[in-house]
Design a binder for this molecule. Structure first.
Ligand code: FE2
Ligand code: FE2
Length: 157
């Protein structure tokens, strides 16, 4: 489950602006699942979303799928503790992530949809784009391998 050299270069090119950002780097401060930080989780989701498209020959907007996936959990708080008065994390964090992403970056409609729909079907409105559905699937896959602590075995890069 690895990208080839050319694919890795493209991934890095698309991810560069976001990963350089101090705000995105703040996702290092929070644990997502087991011992995996929210930043590591987001990079994994972006990586496997793009990997899936390449291996299954699904034509997508590669830049948007990578950027949307990197920002899908950009909620910036410890979800184990809670988010104050906003409501249940599972339902509310996509909107929080989108609001944060809009504050710091210029997003297109596809990137917005990827972020706000990634918890579907929990959040009822279905993804508008195939890229959003792919990120949603990749997020669930990564969440399972992280929770089962299989993360270090699968990801070596
Ligand atoms: Fe999420
Ligand atoms: Fe996630």
């Amino acid at each position: 489950m690895t990208l080839n050299r050319k694919e890795k270069e493209y991934f890095t090119l698309c991810a560069h602006e976001l990963l350089e950002s101090g705000e995105v780097q703040r996702m290092r401060e929070y644990i997502q699942h087991a011992n995996v930080t929210t930043l590591e989780h987001s990079v994994s989701v972006a990586y496997y979303s793009y990997w899936m498209c390449r291996r299954l020959h699904i034509k997508v907007d590669g830049r948007s799928i990578i950027r949307g996936a990197l920002l899908h959990d950009f909620f910036l708080y410890d979800w184990h503790v809670g988010n104050g008065e906003k409501g249940l994390h599972g339902f509310t964090h996509p909107k929080t992530a989108l609001a944060n992403a809009e504050e710091y970056f210029s997003l297109n409609d596809l990137e917005r949809d990827i972020i706000v729909k990634h918890m579907w079907p929990l959040t009822l409105i279905p993804p508008k784009y195939k890229e959003s559905l792919i990120v949603s699937l990749s997020d669930k896959f990564c969440s399972v391998i992280e929770t089962l602590r299989l993360y270090p075995k699968l990801i070596s890069r």
